[in-house]
Design a protein around this ligand. Structure first.
Ligand SMILES: Cc1ncc(COP(=O)(O)O)c(C=O)c1O
Length: 686
């Protein structure tokens, strides 16, 4: 089953973002797109929620992928769930009954006036036969209402929980200017009921969480209780490589809350969104300037959706040249997992290009793959700076080789944080790129979305951008709303406008400087996997933990979990290379915070040395037992071979401020075997 949570407390926002959902039978769980939160247990059997079935993640499935979803609409799903927590089943029923009553009263009046209602049953929407829908719509607009037009003689009106009796009376007048009907009277008379066969009779939302918090105070404390479990950017740097967890400044976010942005329907007439459209076209212009492309489509809702839109544009371009056969997409082994998955979804065949020892694209393999596939080559998808965290000096040559073989160059611009103001993909050989506004251009990640993944294209691809009311390209659209997640676009507009050219350049150079600072400090303690001829990285670096795993059985998971004890979210694990950590500090972190992170990593290396020297046992050390919870450390029994202080306060600064993990090490295998999506009550685990 699929559905949309836009009615669930999320503003309409000129079309987005909103969360949709999909539910499936148990047997389809491994084909489910995106990520699923499942339940598991920790070492003490406590309930813990985690991303389940992680081995299905798109970067592991690659060309076998059945979905390219990485960024989804997590924040909007959380908003909708909080709406449900606050209202509960009784509240939701009340809201629904109120909406139905308003529609029913309106229907009574409209029938009394002699109009025919076309739909026999209804919940919130009525379709009404009129003589001339244009005249009704004009009358509605004059009075400050937008109503939906189906045809020359059919219009429809819908109600929500914010509708008022005055709205009903105004609407009657729109259909008949002489109407003197009183909503109050008709409310008193109306006895309509939702028909029995459409009414749900079974119980729903029976979990405690939907039946406990009914006051704003309680709700606030519940949200705070959940927030306290989180290790978010408001506590510490989140060094997730390839994710760009940068500052989302308050000033950038404020306009999202303004009704002028949040309360606009995506299908309103263009003359009602002159300001919105101005902001959108200014943002498009600024992004064109930053990327070196001729046009931008803001429609895609994530980077991966941008990839898909870009590849569709490439396919349409080849088709327009009579080369429908061009369907091979070359993808370097280092590519972000969404790349091959998107190519697969766009109906292309993925051919993998090897990477050389230094992490660059293997030029001789590229040339031979281009030659082998020259007749059918559609495109190459490369990431710049590469997913290995380096600026590949051969990038222009890569583009030339592919162009010569008749292919288009897709440059994954999700790493634009390392390029804005310095280089532009449209200038060094790209035909099309997507950007992740939720990385480089300051839209918050929201725990996995929302996102905006606009695509920029060169002139020859402009006619193949997704369709909008202003641009009927014939390619079709890839999202229901013409400008995708319109209501969060002001964030990126604010980011670019407030920083200006110099500020953007400074942000990029600081992001690169910060990554190189970390790489330099850590290189004395851990191998740094890839760097350029000058020993430098781009905006992120990869720490190689494979030798440590091989010698002392301390894994990348152990280091990641131990970082929680030090108050840090782990860097990206095992991507793009298994057994490594990829660190991206972004420009937003101060030298103090970079040092705090480096100190933690260096202290962890010292702990590993203690395992090496035998001071810590391989089977009992603070790394493999991490994270340590407050309950563990303050328990009257302590059976570990190291001290409580070593467990909880391995560096002095933690005594000033300490984050406590709510659970100890979670059991991944148990979680994958016992995927539970129904939020069982806590007692079920006791
Ligand atoms: C290089 C690269 N390409 C593509 C993507 C996919 O973007 P999204 O998660 O918005 O689908 C990402 C995500 O971070 C990325 O880092």
């Amino acid at each position: 089953m699929i559905g949309n949570t836009q009615r669930f407390g999320v503003p309409i926002g000129y079309g987005g973002p909103h969360a949709a959902y999909m539910s499936i039978k148990e047997k389809h769980k491994r084909s489910m797109p995106g990520r699923i939160i499942g339940a598991t247990v920790d070492t003490k059997g406590r309930l813990a929620y985690r991303l389940a079935l992680q081995t299905r993640e798109q970067h592991i499935r690659r060309e076998k992928a059945t979905s390219n979803i990485c960024t989804a609409q997590a924040l909007l799903a959380v908003m909708a769930s909080m709406y449900a927590v606050y209202h509960g089943p009784e509240g939701l029923k009340k809201v629904a009954e109120r909406i139905f009553r308003y529609a029913a009263v309106f229907a009574d009046g409209i029938s009394e006036m002699g109009f025919r209602i076309v739909n026999e049953t209804f919940f919130d929407t009525l379709t009404i036969e009129v003589k001339n829908s244009d005249a009704v719509v004009m009358q509605a607009e004059k009075n400050g209402y937008n109503i939906n037009v189906f045809s020359k003689t059919l219009v429809s009106v819908s109600f929500d929980e914010l509708s008022t009796p005055e709205d009903i009376e105004y609407l009657w007048k729109i259909f008949n200017t002489e109407s003197k009907l009183s909503a109050q009277l008709l409310f008193e008379k109306n006895k309509s009921q939702i028909s029995k066969n459409l009414k749900r009779s079974s119980e729903f939302m029976t979990h405690d969480v939907f039946n406990t918090y009914r006051s704003e105070t309680n709700m606030m404390r519940y949200i705070r209780y959940l927030g306290d479990k989180d290790l978010a950017l408001d506590r510490a740097m989140i060094p997730l490589g390839s994710c760009t967890m940068k500052l989302n400044a308050a000033a950038e976010l404020i306009p999202v809350t303004w009704p002028e942005f949040s309360q606009i329907h995506p299908a309103v007439p263009m003359n009602q969104v002159i300001g919105y459209q101005q902001m959108i076209s200014e943002l498009e212009e600024m992004l064109c300037e930053a990327t070196g492309y001729s046009a931008i489509s803001l429609q895609p809702n994530s980077g991966a959706q941008g990839e898909y839109a870009g590849l569709i544009a490439i396919r349409a371009f080849h088709r327009s040249n009579g080369e429908e056969n061009r369907n091979i997409c070359l993808i370097p082994a280092s590519a972000h997992g969404t790349n091959p998955a998107s190519a697969q979804m766009a109906g292309m065949k993925v051919v993998v290009v090897k990477t050389a020892d230094n992490g660059y694209i293997d030029m001789s393999d590229l040339k031979s793959k281009c030659k082998e596939n020259a007749d059918n080559l559609a495109a190459i998808m490369i990431t710049y700076p590469s997913t290995h965290g380096v600026f590949e000096k051969d990038v222009k040559e890569v583009c030339k080789v592919v162009h010569k073989a008749g292919g288009q160059v897709y440059i994954d611009g999700a790493n634009m944080n390392a390029m804005v103001g310095i280089s532009a993909p449209g200038e060094f050989g790209g035909d099309v790129s997507h950007l992740n506004l939720h990385k480089t251009f300051a839209i918050p990640h929201g725990g996995g979305g929302p996102g905006v993944g606009p695509i920029g294209v060169k002139e020859h691809l402009v006619d193949f951008l997704p369709t909008t009311p202003l641009n009927n390209t014939g390619v079709g659209s890839i999202a229901g709303a013409p400008w995708g997640s319109g209501s969060i676009l002001p964030i990126s507009w604010m980011y670019i406008t407030m920083l200006g050219k110099n500020g953007l350049y400074e942000a990029t150079t600081n992001a690169i400087l910060n990554a190189n600072y970390i790489a330099t400090r850590l290189s004395k303690h851990y191998p740094i996997l890839y760097s350029d001829e000058n020993g430098r990285v781009a905006h992120e670096c990869i720490v190689d933990l494979r030798p440590i795993k091989e010698k002392f059985d301390i894994s990348v998971d152990d280091v990641a979990k131990r970082l929680i004890d030090y108050g840090f979210h782990a860097p990206t694990m095992s991507f793009p290379v298994a057994g490594t950590l990829m660190i991206e500090p972004t420009e937003s972190e101060s030298l103090d915070e970079l040092d705090r992170f480096c100190d933690a990593m260096i202290q962890i290396r010292k702990e590993i040395r203690k395992v090496e020297s035998g001071e810590y046992s391989v089977k009992d050390n603070p790394l493999i037992n991490s994270p340590h919870t407050l309950e563990m450390v303050s328990s009257s029994t302590w059976n570990f071979s190291y001290s409580r202080e070593d467990a909880a306060y391995p560096v002095e600064t933690l005594k000033k401020v300490k984050y406590w993990s709510p659970v100890s090490r979670v059991d991944n295998v148990y979680g994958d075997k016992n995927l539970i999506c129904s939020c069982p009550s806590i007692e079920n685990y006791e």
